[in-house]
Design a protein around this ligand. Structure first.
Ligand code: AHM
Ligand code: MG
Length: 336
C-alpha cells in the first residue's frame, strides 16, 4: 500500500532537502546545514509557544518572576534563539530580524555564504490568547568576494534562494520553497521531526475567501475599496466571498495557500505604505505564493520586483489565487 509505505518511509525535512540539493553538483551541503539550524530554532520556539501559558513566559520584557529571574517576552526570546542558531550554523554573513533595528554582520570566523532575513515571531498581538503565530524567513546567497555589505540584502525578492515560514498552530507546520515549488511539513512531536505532509502545494486558481483588516476601510484607496465591495457584492453572477481574518500573517497566508482566495494588507491614508515589512514578511510570502502558482502584487508592481532601500521598509500587498489577484490588478490598471 502506498499509504503504508509513506507511514514507514518517513520523508523528514532534512532528507527532503538533501535529496533536492543533490541535484546540484556544486552543492556542498551548506544549505542543508543552514536549514537544519532554522528548523532547530522553529522547534525551540514551537515548544516555548506551547508552554507559554504554563511557564509564564508571557509577560513584559524586563519583568521578573518569583525566582527573581528576568522574564523574556516570547518574541525577544525567539529572536535570540534564531540569531544564535543562525550565527552558530557558520553559514551566514548578514542577518536582518524584525526585532533588531540594525542588520547583524556575522564575524569573519563564523561567516558563510548566506544572508537570512526573518521575523522570529510574527503576529505577536495573538500570543496572549494562544492564537496561531509564526516565524517567517527568506534566504539570499552572498555575491562572491569582498566584505559583505547591506546591498546583499537590499535585493528584490525574486533573487531569494529560498523562503518559508513555520506556523505554531493546532499543529506545528513548516512550509518551504527552494524555488522549485512549495512543500509543507508537519512536526511529529513524538519524533521531534518535521515530516512531509503537504507535497507540492498548489494554490487554487480562484478562491472563495478574502482576508483583510476591514476596520481600516474608511482610509482605503479607490481600487482596494472597489475590490472588497466586489467580494461582498459581486456583479458578475459569481457568489460572494467569505471573510476570514486572523490578524496573524502566517496563519492568514497559510489558509490562503491551502484553500485559495486573497490576503491583502493595502495602503491606507494613515499608512501609505501599508503595514507589512518588505524583506521578511512581504517577500518570503510572495515567493511562496508565486511558487504555488499564485500571484503577489503591491498595487503598482509584482511584489518580488520591489527593490527595498531600507531593511525595515514596508509595502502594501495583495497576494493569493492567480485569478483573484488578477482582479485587483485590473482595478489598479483602470485607475491609471
Ligand atoms: P507584527 O510583526 O507586529 O506582529 O505585525 C504583523 C502582523 C501580521 O502578522 C498581520 O498580518 C498584521 O500584523 C495584522 O495587522 P492588523 O492588526 O493591523 O490587522
Ligand atoms: Mg511581523
Amino acid at each position: 500500500h502506498a499509504a503504508d509505505a509513506l507511514r514507514t518511509d518517513l520523508m523528514t525535512i532534512t532528507r527532503f532537502v538533501l535529496n533536492e540539493q543533490s541535484k546540484y553538483p556544486e552543492s556542498r551541503g551548506d544549505f542543508t546545514i543552514l536549514l537544519s539550524h532554522i528548523v532547530l530554532g522553529c522547534k525551540f520556539v514551537c515548544s516555548s509557544v506551547n508552554k507559554a501559558g504554563l511557564a509564564k513566559l508571557i509577560g513584559l520584557a524586563g519583568e521578573t518572576n518569583v525566582q527573581g529571574e528576568e522574564q523574556k517576552k516570547l518574541d525577544v526570546l525567539s529572536n535570540e534563539v534564531f540569531v544564535k542558531a543562525l550565527v552558530s550554523s557558520g553559514r551566514t554573513s548578514i542577518l536582518v530580524s524584525e526585532e533588531d533595528e540594525e542588520a547583524i554582520f556575522v564575524e569573519a570566523p563564523k561567516r558563510g555564504r548566506y544572508c537570512v532575513v526573518f521575523d522570529p515571531l510574527d503576529g505577536s498581538s495573538n500570543i496572549d490568547c494562544s492564537v496561531s503565530i509564526g516565524t517567517i524567513f527568506g534566504i539570499y546567497m552572498l555575491k562572491d568576494g569582498g566584505e559583505p555589505t547591506l546591498d546583499e540584502v537590499l535585493q528584490p525578492g525574486k533573487n531569494m534562494l529560498a523562503a518559508g515560514y513555520c506556523m505554531y498552530g493546532s499543529s506545528c507546520t513548516f512550509v518551504l520553497s527552494t524555488g522549485e515549488g512549495v512543500n509543507g511539513f508537519t512536526l511529529d512531536p513524538s519524533l521531534g521531526e518535521f515530516i512531509l505532509t503537504h507535497p507540492d502545494i498548489k494554490i487554487p486558481k480562484k478562491g472563495k475567501i478574502y482576508s483583510v483588516n476591514e476596520g481600516n476601510a474608511k482610509n482605503w484607496d479607490g481600487p482596494t475599496t472597489k475590490y472588497v465591495e466586489k467580494c461582498k457584492f459581486p456583479t458578475d453572477g459569481s457568489s460572494s466571498k467569505s471573510l476570514r481574518y486572523i490578524g496573524s500573517m502566517v496563519a492568514d497566508v497559510h489558509r490562503t495557500l491551502l484553500y485559495g482566495g486573497i490576503f491583502l494588507y493595502p495602503a491606507d491614508k494613515k499608512s501609505p505604505s501599508g503595514k507589512l515589512r518588505v524583506l521578511y514578511e512581504v517577500f518570503p510570502m510572495s515567493f511562496l505564493m508565486e511558487q504555488a502558482g499564485g500571484q503577489a502584487f503591491t498595487g503598482k508592481q509584482r511584489a518580488l520586483d520591489l527593490v527595498p532601500k531600507k531593511i525595515h521598509e514596508r509595502s502594501p500587498i495583495f497576494m493569493g489565487s492567480y485569478d483573484d489577484v488578477e482582479d485587483v490588478k485590473a482595478l489598479y490598471a483602470a485607475e491609471e
